[in-house]
Design a binder for this molecule. Structure first.
Ligand SMILES: [Fe+2]
Ligand SMILES: [Fe+2]
Length: 159
């Protein structure tokens, strides 16, 4: 049984986001299932997760930009920090053959994701709903002030 499995508790009632998040959970579970497999298999599965996460975060960053968030907001910063860690552990595994940090990252991502989804992603999903943003057309029903939001819109955010 993977550490993190998809459940309704993770659903944000935003179909595109929920689909992407289910894929994330599945790819992470696949990496976790390979923790004791051949290093090449583990590395390949983690890289598949990384590739997916690049687009997952880019999609949310695009939605934030389209709905009035500044390019410098705490949600986007957290995406960048997580990607940096993921790239670093891949490099350590590839270049130095050190899989310890990568294995630790698999465990930490499973701990990190629910909080991120339920706070930052939920804040974004709520905001998208408030301004009537359609991810398919990229249009908002309500006018949004470009680049005006620097927080993430979650209840825990101080900005
Ligand atoms: Fe997300
Ligand atoms: Fe996010």
């Amino acid at each position: 049984m993977p550490t993190l499995t998809w459940s309704d508790a993770l659903s944000l009632q935003q179909p595109q986001m929920d689909t992407t998040h289910q894929e994330f959970v599945d790819l992470l579970a696949a990496a976790e299932a390979a923790l004791d497999a051949e290093p090449a298999v583990l590395l390949q599965r983690f890289q598949a997760l990384l590739e997916h996460t690049v687009e997952h975060f880019a999609q949310e960053d695009r939605w934030m930009a389209a709905t009035g968030f500044s390019a410098e907001n705490c949600h986007t910063f957290q995406h960048a920090a997580v990607l940096q860690v993921m790239r670093n552990v891949v490099a350590l595994a590839q270049v130095e053959g050190d899989f310890g940090p990568l294995k630790q990252a698999v465990a930490e991502l499973a701990q990190w994701f629910p909080g991120h989804a339920q706070m930052m992603d939920a804040g974004l999903a709520f905001h998208m709903q408030q301004v009537g943003f359609d991810p398919v057309t990229g249009q908002c029903r309500e006018a949004v002030a470009e680049g005006s939001l620097t927080g993430c819109g979650s209840t825990s955010c101080n900005d």
